[in-house]
Design a protein around this ligand. Structure first.
Ligand code: DX5
Ligand code: ZN
Length: 219
């Protein structure tokens, strides 16, 4: 069942020199969780942050940490991210040969497990794992950078994922990530999304704007 829309600002678009303040401001502005984009310069052509930063941010926010691993392999780092304070750990099936094993690993650590689908990755990559996972992340840009344009061709995939999730009868979040703004958010929601990542649109205009930005995306 599609839930009321929740907004997860991606700290990739925050001011990295003031990350603690940024995260506090986003929580005060009404964010539902924090989306943390972890990139390794190998799975994606960019490098961002690791578990040490996550751990440091934990002191600045009581929001759930929604960790998006764009790293390969992911398995050797799952424990570090769990220990650093991740609440949900999402990985890409292309990151390793055994996504089912990775899901079990995350669950065994008491964390929620998510599977991320690149624009070119078929829905079939998630089907056999719907009985185990807590979240599906549909990428509406190719991973690696904030500020890219929303790929509208993915809306049909989001709708198919919504049907599969509803058929499963399980409480699985359907998260959409990439190019979300006030124009694309309603389209993603109409297709079935109930959790929206907002990097550029979330942090636009600085802290005074965060509450309005979040309200505008929630619809
Ligand atoms: C892209 C990341 C996204 C990104 C979203 O690889 O997974 O979370 O930060 O940024 P915007 O909202 O600017 O597209
Ligand atoms: Zn992301």
């Amino acid at each position: 069942m599609q839930q009321p829309t929740r907004i997860a600002p991606s700290i990739l678009s925050a001011d990295f020199a003031r990350l603690g303040e940024e995260v506090r401001a986003m929580q005060a502005a009404g964010a539902d969780m924090l989306h943390i984009d972890v990139m390794d310069g190998h799975f994606v052509p960019n490098i961002t942050i690791g578990p040490a930063v996550l751990k440091a941010l934990k002191a600045h926010s009581s929001l759930p940490f929604d960790v998006h691993l764009m790293i390969a392999p992911a398995d050797p780092f799952i424990e570090d991210f769990a220990a650093a304070g991740a609440d949900t750990i999402t990985f890409h099936p292309e990151a390793g040969p055994h996504p089912h094993r990775t899901v079990q690993h995350i669950k065994a650590l008491g964390k929620r497990a998510g599977l991320a689908l690149n624009p070119g990755t078929p829905v079939a990559a998630v089907e056999e794992l719907l009985g185990d996972i807590d979240l599906v992340l549909a990428m509406t840009v190719n991973p690696g950078f904030g500020g890219q344009r929303f790929i509208s061709g993915q809306l049909d995939k989001i709708a198919r994922l919504r049907r599969l999730i509803d058929d499963s009868g399980r409480p699985i979040d359907l998260e959409v990530d990439g190019g979300i703004n006030t124009e694309t958010a309603p389209r993603a929601i109409a297709a079935g999304a109930d959790l929206l990542v907002a990097g550029t649109a979330g942090f636009a205009g600085g802290p005074k704007r965060y509450a309005d930005n979040i309200r505008g995306l929630r619809g």
